[in-house]
Design a protein. Structure first.
Length: 610
């Protein structure tokens, strides 16, 4: 298919299968394991893999050292509280000295771990964001995605906020899980050994339960986990809804901000206020439901959090009151119980963050999968057939265009090129117009290879030989030099060549601002933006140029000047899609005609192949 050097703005929707994904919700047939596999594959192929993996061993060492020092601190409880019980002042101060040494070591380890956490999250975000942007801006993907249902709405939310949330939460939750697991392994042995001395005396009979406090901690944490899972089961879906509605609100605010001039001129502030308030209401509705779900979860997490103050003492009390434990050993048992319980209750304590993480994972993986599937072939029972010709010719045979695509409608209207077959030689000038009710933009997109819905055959020169000029010019943010050279690098053309092109386009006054940074689509009017596109033509000197109604609506004097500029490219083949008397007068092109048809002659019904 053809390639283009200037972006275009429409694409066909794919079939029913793709629209299901575009509904904005999670794909129900994708398991958590599959989604994790998708993201792990993306991580493994990213440039930050080495950075993250190099931090992994250091993180494990720090976590192991922290667990070891925590065990030492727990063992310190016994002599410290025994010294308090004996009122042994010298031993009390000695134990305080030991405490400060242990606490200092733990503080240092905590600071190092915090730094490692932050750097890991930073690299994870770098890798994920760069991967998503790279996937999004692969040839024609972003354009196709934009018309692929709700999955293509607000991609900036998924590329920025969702990527940040997923990277940071994945790092935090993974490190927390590893740390809790190591603490559990470290303290479960301590707690089991302490439990071996628990002897119960009931009715004159004495007995012991191996690992008594371990089983008690497991039961306590398991009951909290099960109850949290039951109460908070709606959080994943609610968080997904929240992210979606927040993205819609942010887009509405951004769109209103960028269009405030037109809104003000048309006195549309009240209408826009109502529209934005409707989006705010949707966000608040989801937030209220989310607040209620989090409040219900708080009943569980807070109650178990307060109960843990006395539960380990109650569990160990029989052995203490029977004389089997000293006060110091009791506090040591309580500390070990709390560490084991904290490790086991990691899932409970992090249920809300895990729900948010899963919702973000769904959004990011759905987005990435949708992008990677954009490269699949697009088929229809009678789609346009493309083939590559030689650099000096283009062919059009029985070309017809479907004006819309619907998997459930065979005939959706369209138009066709009356003249057939058509062969266009390099250097030849063509204008294609026709019925007023024909959407000529679709022909422009069909020649660019992103709207294959219709019928016939289109033979195109190699893509590097072609340049497409859409009706609405695109000027990237940055310097004016970058805008003139786009999509090439800013240093691709010399300053002298740029100055000559600007002079030809009547834009010599912009030469002193060549390296000035600005949002040029806001600074310059529409005619000047189009003139910059024509200046780029003189720089690029393409073999083939295809225009989309560029000269219509311009000031006559500027339109004539730009049309005369095209005579400086006598060897370039030009196809002007539109009705421009200025182009007709300046270049005397061969005219081809489009004819509307009441039903799509191709019966196009686009579906994804395979």
């Amino acid at each position: 298919m053809a390639d283009s050097k200037v972006g275009i703005i429409a694409t066909p929707r794919r079939g029913h299968e793709r629209r299901n994904r575009g509904s904005g919700g999670a794909s129900p047939n994708l398991s958590l394991a599959y989604r994790l596999g998708v993201m792990f594959s993306a991580f493994w192929s990213s440039s930050v893999r080495v950075k993250v993996l190099s931090l992994g061993p250091a993180m494990i060492i720090v976590i192991l050292a922290t667990a070891y020092m925590t065990v030492i601190l727990n063992e310190w409880n016994a002599p410290f509280y025994d010294a308090l019980q004996r009122r042994d002042l010298p031993e009390f101060f000695h134990q305080l000295e030991i405490f400060f040494l242990i606490a200092g070591a733990l503080l240092l380890l905590n600071v190092v771990q915090a730094w490692l956490n932050q750097m890991t999250a930073l690299y994870m975000r770098e890798g994920l964001t760069r991967d998503l942007v790279d996937q999004w801006l692969k040839r024609k993907r972003a354009l196709r995605l934009a018309a692929d249902g709700l999955i293509g709405v607000n991609p900036d939310q998924r590329l920025h906020e969702d990527a940040r949330t997923l990277a940071e939460s994945t790092t935090g939750l993974t490190i927390g899980l590893v740390q809790s697991t190591i603490l559990l392994v470290s303290f479960i042995g301590v707690l089991w050994e302490l439990s071996s001395g628990f002897v119960f005396n009931i009715g004159g009979h004495s007995f012991s339960i191996p690992g008594y406090m371990v089983w008690a901690a497991i039961f306590y944490a398991a009951s909290a986990s099960v109850l949290s899972r039951f109460v908070g089961r709606k959080l994943v879906r609610l968080n997904g809804d929240r992210f979606s509605k927040e993205a819609e609100l942010r887009f509405s605010l951004m769109h209103a901000s960028e269009s405030i001039s037109a809104i003000t001129v048309e006195r549309g502030e009240e209408n826009e206020r109502l529209r934005i308030n409707a989006d705010i209401t949707s966000v608040l509705h989801v937030l209220k439901r989310l607040a209620l779900a989090n409040t219900n979860l708080t009943w569980v997490s807070a109650s178990y959090g307060w109960l843990v103050v006395v539960v380990p003492i109650i569990v160990a009390a029989p052995a203490y009151f029977s004389g089997g434990l000293t006060f110091g050993q009791l506090m040591m048992s309580v500390g070990a119980f709390n560490q084991v319980n904290t490790a086991l209750r990691w899932y409970v304590a992090n249920f809300a963050p895990i729900a948010e993480w899963r919702a973000t994972l769904v959004r990011v993986t759905d987005f990435r999968l949708a992008l990677t599937e954009m490269d699949g072939p697009m088929t229809s029972r009678h789609a346009i057939q493309y083939h590559e010709t030689t650099p000096d010719r283009m062919t059009l045979e029985d070309v017809s265009i479907a004006v819309k695509v619907d998997a459930h409608v065979d005939h959706c209207g369209g138009f066709r090129l009356l003249e057939t077959p058509v062969e266009i030689a390099a250097g030849e000038k063509i204008m294609i117009n026709g019925d007023h009710n024909v959407n000529r933009r679709l022909l422009f997109q069909a020649l660019a290879g992103v709207w294959p819905c219709g019928g016939g055959r289109i033979g195109l020169p190699p893509q590097d030989e072609m340049l497409f000029v859409p009706q609405t010019a695109y000027l990237p943010g940055g310097t004016l030099r970058e805008a003139l050279c786009f999509p090439e690098a800013p240093d691709h053309y010399s300053t002298e060549a740029i100055a000559e092109a600007l002079e030809a386009a009547g834009l010599s006054d912009l030469l002193p601002r060549l390296d000035e940074r600005a949002r040029w689509e806001k600074v310059l009017d529409t005619d000047v933006q189009k003139a910059i596109t024509f200046a780029h033509l003189l720089l690029a000197k393409p073999r083939w140029v295809i225009f989309e109604e560029v000269l219509e609506g311009m000031e006559p004097e500027r339109a004539e000047r730009l049309a005369q500029m095209l005579t400086r490219l006598p060897e370039a083949g030009m196809i002007y899609i539109g009705r421009s008397e200025t182009y007709l007068k300046a270049l005397s092109p061969r005219v081809l005609h489009l004819k509307a048809v009441t039903a799509d002659p191709a019966g196009a019904s686009l579906t994804k192949a395979g």
